[in-house]
Design a protein around this ligand. Structure first.
Ligand code: FNR
Length: 382
């Protein structure tokens, strides 16, 4: 891990440690992975127009979201598959986030219950909500989220059915009993396999709290037959009526839905295409960001995820109006490569890169990052 100087280096370490099918499950996108590639390509297309001669001797990366001070505008996105990378999964991620003082948005799907994760973390936790198929359970779930101390809820709206993850199908990742190909790959990575089996045994330990919501979601999510995963406007209203804290929707990809979200009392959105894992063919998130920022007109916090791999990407998103960004795969690489310390390393690499980028741009604070600092972005009307 010491020799890894950027996220891509840490990705290479993760690829070495994980069986091929597992790495693919974390890395892959949907269909032909057009949107997955677009997320990255669009960041690379945007150019900086630095504003030198500014006094950037001291930089302040902190920002405020929903009245809360964040040490920097980077959050950890919800990823339900952390247990594939390492058995410590969400616990390791939550602990690293707390050590780095960044927000961890924890997924509804995971190896640990929301209470277990909250109990292990002194940090700032937000909760990503997949609605339970039985809407009667929503009230109870929201009460648990509040009681455990989560500060915000983000309802993911882009997953009525699971995206077409062809890498997983080709690798027979979900075959039960496990496909010999997968078992063979696992055997070729004994360190990973030992940890994975330990995690499975621990999960079945008698007396461990049940995870009824997550389990039912795991089952429905692998099927495209159910419609219970659909989130509708009525569901957003329902969650709003049950939750007093900040409410976001995650997965917004167009500006014309902002007015209605504001009317329903939503506080923020995450511009996201689920890291290219849901509908293939949608634009890069950074390409629709300006449209959504303009439509939100300061009434909503506008966060973004998808393809953020460098501090320069963070600066580009903020310059185009994002309140903050989230990263998914980067910290999963860190988790696979080095557990809690690996996640921390990824966060610190991104922090250092953002700090350097701001200095070179002539931006001493996050508020100094504005549209004049970038060109080549798809800005409406430009
Ligand atoms: C995800 N993502 C996701 N999103 C969500 O709302 N709930 C979830 O359970 C998951 N699970 C998940 C698993 C894995 C393996 C990945 C890679 C992603 C999407 C995630 O929150 C985020 O939108 C993307 O990961 C952002 O793109 P990058 O940073 O991975 O490029």
């Amino acid at each position: 891990m010491q020799g890894a100087i950027n996220v891509n280096d840490i990705r290479k370490l993760a690829r070495r440690r994980l069986p091929r099918a597992v790495f693919d499950a974390l890395e892959g996108g949907a269909g032909d992975e057009v949107s997955l590639r677009r997320n990255r390509a669009a960041f690379d297309r945007i150019e900086f127009r630095p504003r030198p001669l500014a006094d950037v001797a001291k930089r302040d990366l902190s920002t405020t979201v929903f009245g809360e001070q964040l040490s920097m505008p980077i959050l950890l996105a919800p990823t339900g598959a952390g247990r594939l990378a390492r058995s410590s999964a969400e616990i390791a991620v939550a602990r690293a986030a707390a050590r780095a003082d960044v927000v961890y948005m924890q997924s509804t799907v995971g190896a640990f219950t929301l209470e277990e994760i909250a109990a292990c973390s002194t940090g700032k936790l937000w909760y990503q909500l997949y609605l339970p198929p039985d809407r009667q359970e929503v009230k109870n779930l929201v009460s648990r989220i509040a009681a455990a101390g989560y500060r915000a809820i983000a309802v993911t709206i882009d997953t009525p059915v699971l995206g077409n993850r062809e890498r997983d199908a080709r690798n027979r990742l979900l075959a039960r009993p496990p496909h010999p190909k997968v078992l063979l790959q696992g055997a070729s990575r004994p360190v990973w396999a030992t940890d994975f089996v330990r995690g499975r045994v621990e999960a079945r330990r008698p007396g461990r709290p049940g995870r009824p919501v997550q389990q039912s979601l795991d089952q429905t999510r692998t099927s495209i037959k159910t419609s219970s995963d659909c989130v509708t406007w009525e569901d957003i209203e329902l969650v709003r009526s049950l939750w007093d804290g900040p409410l976001l929707v995650k997965g917004l990809m167009r500006g014309d839905e902002c007015d209605r979200l504001v009317e329903l009392g939503v506080d923020g959105v995450v511009v996201s295409n689920h890291g290219g894992r849901q509908l293939d063919g949608v634009p890069a998130t950074i390409d629709v960001l300006p449209e959504i920022v303009d439509a939100a007109a300061r009434r909503l916090a506008v966060l973004l995820d998808g393809g953020v791999r460098r501090g320069t990407d963070v600066a580009k998103a903020l310059a185009l109006g994002a309140t903050a960004v989230l990263v998914g795969r980067p910290y999963l690489y860190g988790l696979a490569a080095g557990g809690e310390d690996g996640v921390l390393r990824v966060i610190e690499v991104l922090r250092e890169e953002l700090d350097r980028t701001m200095a070179l741009l002539g931006a001493a604070t996050v508020a100094d990052l504005d549209r004049s600092l970038v060109s080549g972005a798809r800005v409406p009307g430009a």
